[in-house]
Design a protein around this ligand. Sequence first.
Ligand code: TIU
Length: 222
Amino acid sequence: MTKFLLEAEPGAIGAEVERTALVIIDMQRDFLEPGGFGETLGNDVSLLAKAIPPAKAILDAARKAGMLVIHTREGHRPDLSDAPPAKVNRGSPTHRIGAPGPMGRILIRGEPGQDIIPELYPIAGEVVIDKPGKGAFFATDLGLVLANRGIDTLLVCGVTTEVCVHTTIREGNDRGYRCVAIGDACGSYFPEFHEVALRMVKAQGGIFGWVSDAAKVVSALG
Ligand code: TIU
C-alpha cells in the first residue's frame, strides 16, 4: 500500500492510494458549455470554467499515482424512462430534458452535450458512471465498483458544488466513505453557494467530510 497525507480541513487525512478514488462529478458539456442543460436553467456557464485547470491537475496526479479514477455523467435514457416526470416537467417546454439543442438532446445519454468536456476526457481503464440523479450513488453501480476495489476514501470534485458534488458527498459519507471535497476543482453558478457548500462539509469537526484543494492533492501524491 502507498500511503499519503493530504492537508485538509478540519484536519489532515491519511490515506492509501490503492484505497482512494478520485471521483469527478459531471464535468459535462451540458453544464460547462453554452447551449446545454446548465444554460437552459438560466445560468452563466462561464462561471464553471475556473474549476477545469485544478480538476485537470488532480486528474493528472491521480493517473500518475495509479489511483482509481471515476467520472460521472448526469443524464437519462433517450426514451426518458429513467427520468422522473417531476424533474423533466420543471424545465420550460422547449428547453427541458430531452428537448433538442445545439449539442443534441438536452441531458440525454449518447448526445454530444451529455459527454465529458475534452479537457478531462476519460482514458482507458477509468470508470464512467451514468447517473439519473444528482447523487452518484443513487440508481448506479458506483457502490459496487468501490467495494470491489476496497475503496475507503473519495476525493470529490466537479460541478456543481452545492448540487451534485454535495449530494454525492452526503451519500458517500452515509455509506461509510471518507469524502474530501477538492474545493478549487469544484464549481458553481453561484459563487456564494460554492463557498457556503464547502463550509458546510467541514463544519462541526467535519460533519460529513473534509475540504482540501488541488495543489494539496498534487503535493500529497507527488
Ligand atoms: N443545476 C445545477 O447546479 N446542477 C445540476 O443540475 N447538476 C449537477 O450539479 N451536476
